[in-house]
Design a protein around this ligand. Structure first.
Ligand SMILES: NC(=O)c1ccc[n+]([C@@H]2O[C@H](COP(=O)([O-])OP(=O)(O)OC[C@H]3O[C@@H](n4cnc5c(N)ncnc54)[C@H](OP(=O)(O)O)[C@@H]3O)[C@@H](O)[C@H]2O)c1
Length: 220
């Protein structure tokens, strides 16, 4: 399969790209608003992994990346998700769209969940996506630092929501191809706020507990 990571030049994009590159056989296309930046990022991610995996990581404009992929992971900041999906609507018609985004605010005590008016970022993406494009929320609680550090053996869970059961299952299977990631089906998109709301908790735990730096979640 071909997987595009729109905004793949950022921290989460790097982490998920190198894990998909190393642990799976899929083609990974890093997307950026600037094609050159995407190509540079792909080369730089490839420099830190074996040659065979590196050959499967490419760079392209967001638009080109999305138009050639079966799965598109939307790795842009939450406040730019709506415009990005609308700008790419034509290229997203034949894809499954995955959102890991979480709306957050910060005050002197820590981070807090700030859902958009739609109720969750996943719901916002579903509203903005073309009709017929399945939208799945996943990977919200995977810390980018742990993903990008291939010396770290992952042992984290991800919760997967979506209204299309086949699309949900496809993303559960994709997530579980990454060594050390266990994926759980968590129902339709109306369940997304509870999942997105875990992220500020994890960041606050990391802030107040040195040994929990880059902490993920495990459900057992
Ligand atoms: N960081 C984490 O640990 C983590 C974990 C799980 C989920 N997430 C989610 O993953 C998403 C990406 O997080 P991140 O930390 O990687 O973010 P980031 O580094 O701040 O940004 C990712 C990329 O988004 C693109 N971007 C920036 N402004 C944009 C705009 N106005 N319109 C379109 N694209 C824009 C940039 O790519 P170009 O300049 O190349 O276009 C940037 O490299 C967020 O929604 C976050 O909630 C993050």
């Amino acid at each position: 399969m071909r997987i595009a990571i729109v905004g793949g030049t950022g921290d989460f994009g790097e982490g998920i790209a190198v894990r998909l590159g190393v642990h799976t056989d899929h083609e990974v296309v890093i997307g950026s608003r600037t094609a050159e930046k995407a190509v540079e990022a792909a080369v730089s991610y490839g420099n830190n992994i074996d040659d065979e995996s590196a050959e499967r990581i490419h760079g392209a404009s967001n638009s080109r990346a999305a138009s050639t992929a079966e799965i598109v992971i939307l790795a842009v900041p939450p406040f730019h998700v709506r415009d990005t999906v609308r700008d790419l609507s034509e290229q997203l018609e034949e894809t499954t769209l995955v959102t890991p985004a979480v709306g957050l605010t910060k005050d002197e005590t820590g981070f807090h969940y700030q859902p958009p008016d739609e109720g969750s970022v996943t719901e916002l993406v579903a509203d903005a996506a073309p009709d017929g494009t399945p939208v799945v929320g996943a990977f919200h609680n995977l810390p980018a630092g742990q993903l990008a550090d291939l010396e770290t053996d992952l042992d984290v869970d991800t919760l997967v929501v979506g209204n299309d059961p086949d699309a949900r299952e496809m993303i559960v299977e994709l997530a579980e191809e990454i060594n050390g990631v266990t994926a759980h089906e968590a129902g339709p998109i109306t369940n997304a706020p509870e999942i997105e709301g875990i992220t500020p908790l994890l960041i606050n735990l990391a802030q107040y507990n040195e040994q929990l730096h880059d902490v993920g979640a495990k459900f057992c």
